[in-house]
Design a protein around this ligand. Structure first.
Ligand code: PGA
Length: 248
């Protein structure tokens, strides 16, 4: 089984998201590929409606740590669960770098998701500067430590998405051999937090043309795809690519 997660970011308007979901609902998604789509929060209920009766799951691109009450503008994990989200991206690079989310905020978001019964997809990744200064491991270690030390899974599970910041939206994906190394390292690293067999997805400029080179790696549980997942043809081609290697 491989995961194909489509992060629609803020690429689509509401009607466009619903139209895309209706198109996806007509695809015959292979059972060996778990597809989930992550629309803008306000479109989640309508997309859920369009995907009813399909195997395609729903996720949120972000979840605020605020539980309930006087938190103007916030969207809680409980609400996301109520409208049908199975997953939530936590600490995506754009949330960290554009909206100023800190490792400590990411930790709280992860906790509220677990409490609400949502599987958090913890996004981690080094910047170009980190990479050039050989600080990749340092950055990932720090992100993992703050998010996962003494974490209480509440009977739920966690997924991780390794998304090098420099690879996101750049057309310059991380080489499969490097992804393989980093994913192997992540599996070892999370053991100290009592976590084993955590699905680790790769994200950053994944397209239908290169998806097989990642999907074929045993260390890669699936892919988190941005722009290439925002049209039916792209999503369908990605699912077909992963299907061809899903027995690996
Ligand atoms: P990209 O985005 O596929 O457009 O590079 C991936 C992501 O940010 O999740």
């Amino acid at each position: 089984m491989k995961y194909l997660f489509g992060n629609w970011k803020l690429y689509l308007g509401h009607t466009e998201s619903v139209t895309l979901a209706q198109g996806i609902a007509k695809l015959s998604v292979p059972s060996e590929v778990q597809v989930a789509v992550f629309p803008p929060a306000v479109s989640i209920p309508s997309v859920a409606w369009a995907l009813q009766g399909t195997s395609v799951a729903l996720g949120a691109q972000h979840c605020d740590w605020a539980p309930q009450g006087a938190y103007t503008g916030a969207v809680s994990a409980a609400i996301l669960k109520e409208v049908g989200c199975r997953y939530a991206l936590i600490g995506h690079s754009e949330r960290r770098h554009i909206f100023g989310e800190t490792d400590a905020m990411v930790r709280k978001e992860l906790e509220v998701c677990l409490e609400a019964g949502i599987t958090p997809v913890l996004c981690i990744g080094e910047t170009k500067e980190d990479k050039e200064n050989e600080k990749r491991e340092y950055r990932l270690k720090k992100q993992l430590f703050t998010a996962l030390s003494e974490v209480n899974l509440n009977g739920g599970k966690i997924m991780i998405a390794y998304e090098p910041v420099w690879a996101i939206g750049s057309g310059e994906p991380c080489l499969p051999a490097d992804v393989d190394d980093v994913h192997g390292w992540i599996q070892l690293e999370v053991k100290q937090y009592g976590l084993t067999d955590i699905p680790v997805l790769y994200g950053g400029s994944v397209t239908p043309l290169n998806v097989v080179s990642y999907g074929t790696l045993p260390t890669v549980a699936g892919v988190l795809v941005g722009s290439a997942s925002t049209n039916v043809e792209g999503l369908s081609a990605l699912a077909t690519g992963l299907h061809s290697v899903s027995s690996v």
